[in-house]
Design a protein around this ligand. Sequence first.
Ligand code: S3P
Length: 189
Amino acid sequence: MQQIQTKKLDQTVKKILSEKSLVLVGLMGAGKSAIGRRIASRLQMNFLDADTEIETAAGQSISDIFAEHGEAHFRDREEKIIERLLVDGPLILATGGGAFMSAVTRGNIKTHGISVWLRADLDVLMERVGRRDHRPLLQTTNPTAVMQKLIDERYPIYSQSDITVESRDVAHEVIVQEILKSIARQSQL
Ligand code: S3P
């Protein structure tokens, strides 16, 4: 019974996503790539990570782009690459934490996709980003203060997403299921 329901849910969402991309939004450490990958494999759809695409196109890591060309240049590349990925979609797309702050990108996501904000509390984010050190914005003496500032600045904007799901320490499958159910529910409204 459970299996039949899951199959039906997956089919419903896959149909919706045959026309629109699913775009994951949220701060560093929210789990956008991990969750995005899981959704893509469950629905057998294409997954891309915007940060990786930017790095591939530039032939440089994000840290090096920030260091050599500055954040404004990175944001410009980010806007253009996300637009191209969405135009070429549909796909499951994980965006970098700053991407949704661009009005241009928000517009492109609105046109081509369904935005899903993975909302997480400060302690969850810090626990997760503490495991790696490749993020230029957190290369400071007080990364927790930076993260809190980003929460204050960005959460009001992230909240414009079509769907919000609380990212927390549960199995990824639980979050994936919540996202798929929300998408199916929304399409019935
Ligand atoms: C950034 C988040 C990073 C990356 C860049 C800037 C941000 O992506 O795009 O370091 O402004 O929050 P993740 O959210 O995937 O870590």
